[in-house]
Design a protein around this ligand. Structure first.
Ligand code: NAD
Length: 302
């Protein structure tokens, strides 16, 4: 299948590479030339703008870092909306249901179908093709792109209503964000009391506290203190804020989500948007006066 792909970052690059390896013909664009060059070296055609991609392909996928980037790439000047061949725009980014519906409305005026397709499973999932791919949009178009999306993960059809896959994704990422900070608090409590954090994580993973932070993030990026899982704090906070907005717009006030949201605002303030989201434990450690993991295991901070 001829596929356009815009946004070749931590997620976009491995997804685009998998599509090439599966035999699809890719036309790619990113504002970072080096990302385009790396994919061109793997056999993709390089394009000069989102419009250029959409001039050449009926199906255009995008994996972009902000709501504004998705809006501009899809509907701005020189965007997908101006393309001659494009029939459908598949947004793999997390933008929330309101932005998805807005892009849907603008593209519909040019008879371009918008498909929400946010993904979960991280950079590792993108590399291995094991992402959870949540899809909403007209069923026929979703069926048409399903074989391509199947290359990057397991496809779940959420519904036809624009934005519904985004709501699904925000529910998922609220849980991921909660797991990260709740596990950090649990382990910091243990270390403060003199427990070994590695043993704690082993016990939690053998017990009922098991979650994605204890299973994946702590062993790989927190206990060794590499903080390199591959998802930026800025992106996690974007998703938490979007989840809170989604709840608010539904007339809901959720206690846990609000507490989790406040904590992530502290994390982004102290660690910065570019930090890896596993650095979430650092302000919690600081407040408790301990350090978790590293060469010394768990210990009191100096
Ligand atoms: P990233 O910042 O690594 O990649 C974004 C890419 O988009 C970059 O290469 C950037 O140069 C490019 N870009 C930005 N603006 C552009 C524009 N106007 N035109 C063309 N290219 C542009 O981000 P990422 O971690 O790959 O995340 C992408 C999306 O996937 C986000 O919505 C994120 O929330 C979501 N997501 C990320 C992960 C993860 O683990 N990293 C997991 C699931 C979902």
């Amino acid at each position: 299948m001829e596929i356009g792909f815009i946004g070749l970052g931590k997620m976009g690059f491995p997804m685009a590479r998998r599509l090439i390896e599966a035999g699809h013909q890719l036309t790619v664009f990113d504002t970072r030339k080096e990302a385009v060059d790396r994919l061109a070296a793997l056999g993709a055609q390089a394009a000069s703008s989102p419009k250029d991609v959409a001039d050449r392909c009926e199906t255009v996928l995008a994996s972009l870092p902000s709501l504004q980037a998705s809006l501009e790439v899809a509907t701005g000047t020189g965007g997908v909306i101006e393309g001659k061949r494009v029939r459908r725009f598949v947004d793999l980014s997390t933008v929330g249901s309101h932005m998805a519906a807005r892009i849907h409305g603008l593209l519909a005026k040019q008879n371009i179908v918008q498909i929400d397709s946010p993904v979960s499973g991280g950079v590792g999932g993108a590399e291995k093709g094991t992402l959870a791919v949540m899809v909403s949009g007209p069923r026929a178009d979703c069926e048409l792109v399903k074989p391509a999306l199947g290359v990057i993960g397991k496809v779940f059809f959420i519904g036809e209503k624009p934005g519904s896959a985004q709501t699904m994704k925000l529910a998922n990422n609220f849980l991921s964000a909660t797991a990260m900070v709740a596990t950090s608090e649990a382990v910091v409590m243990g270390v403060k009391a003199g427990l070994d954090p590695s043993i704690m994580i082993d016990v939690i993973n053998a017990g009922s506290g098991l979650n994605t932070a204890s299973r994946d993030k702590f062993p790989r990026s927190v206990l060794p203190r590499t903080f390199d899982f591959g998802f930026a704090t800025g992106l996690m906070v974007k998703d938490v804020r979007l989840a809170l907005e989604e709840m608010k717009s539904l007339g809901l006030s959720m206690e846990v989500a609000e507490a989790v949201g406040r904590l992530w605002e502290v994390i982004i303030r102290e660690e910065g948007a570019e930090s890896d989201f596993t650095a979430a434990i650092k302000p919690i450690e600081k407040a408790a006066g301990v350090v978790v993991g590293g060469a010394k295991g768990g210990h009191a901070a100096k």
